[in-house]
Ligand binder design. Sequence first.
Ligand code: BGC
Length: 546
Amino acid sequence: MLTNDPFWYKDAIIYQVSIRSFFDSNGDGNGDIPGLTQKLDYISWLGANTIWLLPFYQSPLKDGGYDISDFRQVHPDFGTIDDFQIFLDEAHKRGIRVITELILNHTSDQHFWFQEARKDRNSPYRDYYVWSDTDARYSDARIIFTDTERSNWTWDHDAGQYFWHRFFSHQPDLNYDNPCVQQEMKDILAFWFDMGVDGMRLDAVPYLYEREGTNCENLPETHAFLKELRSFLDENWENRLFLAEANQWPDDVRPYFGDGDECHMAYHFPVMPRLYIALRKEQRRPIVDILCQTPDIPPSCQWCMFLRNHDELTLEMVSDDERDYLYNEYARDPRMRINIGIRRRLAPLLDNSRRRIELMNALLFSLPGTPIIYYGDEIGMGDNIYLGDRDAVRTPMQWSGDRNAGFSRCDPQALCQPIVRDPIYPYEAVNVETQERLPTSLLWWMKRAMAVRNEYPVFGRGSIRFLHPENESILAFLREDADSRILVIANMSRFAQATTVDLSEFAGLYPVDLFGRVAFPEITEYPYQFTFGPHNFFWFELRSVD
Ligand code: BGC
């Protein structure tokens, strides 16, 4: 059963799932909702208590379902609305909350509204979208899908005008200056919250409004609308959540929290690439710098942290030099690149190094915020950079060494995406069943790390304070609340390192390793000496021992 805590998202570990790629229950080659329901016990066993679902609505599936043609229908490949209700109830029975997608910014061009709008200038739906006789308006708005789109305007022959789109040209943007659009979105939100979903990810939220002379991002009108949406939420439902997808600098994301009256959570986009930079440069500085530049957020709010997701590893929130560095270090092959980012999974990005994978996850779980695990990364799945768009990282979950990696009983040729065949990441070994049998597997390590995190709410709720060891490869910070004090200390270098840290304020206490419960020597007023193997990290509770 679910706890009755409005701040549940602070203690969450989120598991991100693409239903299409997770588990196929009826053997048609597509993952589906009943398949996901069957795997709830696995997600719960792993230690996640929240699931974020990629879109599963009616859609031509030209953008992974972010191109919606009916906001209230489930795509028939994935099941029915009744299947979804069963899934939701089963998740809730296990104490698992569910976050779904609210795609506010655009629809598919196959949506009824757009079909009507393009047919007839006098249709009430015409004004649901943004039209123009020229393609010269809003020229300061950047193009997001740089690999496929040349302009944010596309000529529509039937309509006899250009329409505005921030993403693919088959995804027309909705017109938020039209109160009917605002009302439609509230009704859609109500439909899903009434069914019982616990949270909604507000997709592509910076782009709702357009204004000449601006870059059409983060406009005051957008924040005013979000505040209205939040009041609507608070007036009608309890313990629900908005998660903002705003790929922006920390100062521009901060307003999405408002004064605690907009979104409850927002992704911390800029910290993510800096984790990868810090790892490759073997320096703590990129992580410390970005977190020190991150403004405080209202007490009811929370950052969402991630290493990977269903999109490219986006490199928009870095400098040009940093972007070149990341491309060079992590995506030498041009096929690994898409738009402004890198389409690879976690294990391949980290050269399948177990130490690096553990280190990066340890940071994900211990830096301030709520962590998200992208399905398959808990077993170190590989990717397939020969697939189109971002499908490289959306291949079927690997459940066993059986046909189709246990994902589906279908003819292998009928699979929605091919199983990863890369010999470095063979599904015969990289799968849940095999790793469950092996106590030293990555899967078991992830499960243990998550269990420790779940045991110490300070990771989700506590403050952060950086320490400054003289060795620049060593990242050290304290997570503190009224109940506990955790020292996280990590070696970003691939070589053994030693350092001293001034822990004199804790003299008399002992660092107790949270994994093995082993007490290290007592802290005194003298500098404390640590030694590390390559990419080693520790989570120490600083406490007295009896
Ligand atoms: C989603 C993408 C999608 C885009 C357009 C994003 O923010 O994460 O997968 O392509 O929105 O809907």
